[in-house]
Design a protein around this ligand. Sequence first.
Ligand code: OSB
Ligand code: MG
Length: 354
Amino acid sequence: MPLVTPFQTSFGTETRRDVLLLRVVTPEAEGWGECVAMSAPLYSAEYVDGAADVLRRFLIPALPAHADAHAVGRALRPFKGHRMAKTALEAAVLDAGLRAAGLSLGSFLGASADRVSAGVSIGIVDSIPELLDVVAGYLEEGYVRIKLKIKPGWDVAPVRAVRERFGLDVPLQVDANAAYTLADAGHLARLDEFGLLLIEQPLADDDIVQHARLATRLTTPICLDESIESAEHAAAAISLGACSVVNIKPGRVGGYLEARRIHDLCRAHGVAAWCGGMLETGIGRAANVALAALPGFSLPGDLSGSRRYFTTDITPPFELRDGHLTVPTGPGIGVEPIPEILDEVTTAIEWIPL
Ligand code: OSB
Ligand code: MG
């Protein structure tokens, strides 16, 4: 699916999403799950063709008959990694089970809100005037929080320009996608004067201890994304002082149940949390919006309207209303692909009987 605008991060430029969707069919109901792995292993080790392979060869064949989402987790635990693939499978099974039970994902997870505030993640662009136009457009649409992607050479200047043009009141944060090292601490401290909500994943994925060192050098709160692949990682990062905010992305941590565990952990420790995104279609977005409605999600998520990503989404589009997205209330994730639109973008289908 082509993106409406190229999305540049410190690790590369996405111009389309190659989406793997899982559809689980049981005698009682059907369920959908989206795999957020990208085409190439640049954000993490996973990539979409690898996810399809591990699902086909290992994960799907390991499912017990009549599995619920908890049983899926137990059945998949022996297989290391591949969390995005596992999340898609868990989500599809969960959706089918909740549809059969007539229960929404939000109610199942413990959502306490009927809408969630919408943030937007803005990629690296060619010039500061272009960036200011993009930010202005999203603020006009009602986004309540702006996130700027940064990398060495595109950090202090764009942040300063956005602050100068839009003021100190705009909730603003940055995401480095692991582009810096601890040697850059002095440079990153130059961001302190701009009153950012947080800096997301400044250092490498496996540098949790270094993030704790960096935290002593910055006043900007550190938020971890890539470093946190499980509730255990989150507990370690919190107790080391490596972060004071956590980006919770279900795909990165192996599922919605694990995402909820991390939410609970953050809440118990008074650590701020928000729901991250991976340029999802309406399928993954619906589930993320339900998750983000839990009470511990204290900051706006990377949850934007469908049209920020795609001209035509495969579900009825999510739309901003007064800076918020509405939590679906129907059974399961509450949305389904529109068959004709899905057909148009489908490049391959594979049926795997159990
Ligand atoms: O680091 O949060 C990230 C998209 C792809 C890969 C990594 C990230 C992102 C985003 C997009 O920032 C967030 C969204 O879905 O709007
Ligand atoms: Mg990130």
